[in-house]
Design a protein around this ligand. Structure first.
Ligand SMILES: [Zn+2]
Length: 121
């Protein structure tokens, strides 16, 4: 999960496609669209568990700023992973609706500053 988030940050569509095992694997072009409009702020792992030798899930919030609107938002998702030959693959995710922190709460990027003085400014 963390390695996939890093890959999103460094815009590595090859890695993202290679670690995605499902019917609807995004194309490099679709990922490029996402990259161009997204500035990643921080990754918050809410919880995770391994259900068996070869399956597990991660609940996370990936905070980002939309480059066009300048708005802060997050993907809050429970992602399912399967292991195949020592490598974990993302299969699918269930997304939830996320609430922004209030202005005086700590910033989503872990800067230690208040949200209103940092990414929420
Ligand atoms: Zn911030």
């Amino acid at each position: 999960m963390r390695s996939r988030f890093s890959a999103f940050c460094r815009r590595d569509s090859e890695y993202l496609i290679a670690t995605h095992k499902h019917l609807q694997v995004p194309s490099a072009e679709e990922l490029q669209q996402v990259f161009e409009h997204t500035q990643w702020l921080g990754l918050e792992i809410v919880s995770s568990a391994q259900d068996s030798d070869s399956t597990g899930w991660v609940e996370f919030k990936a905070w980002f700023k939309d480059s066009d609107s300048g708005k802060v938002d997050a993907i809050w998702e429970v992602s399912q992973f399967v292991r195949h030959n020592q490598q974990w693959y993302y299969t699918q995710g269930q997304q939830r609706k996320v609430n922004l922190p209030s202005r005086n709460e700590p910033c989503v990027c872990f800067s230690g500053k208040k949200f209103k003085k940092c990414c929420g400014a």
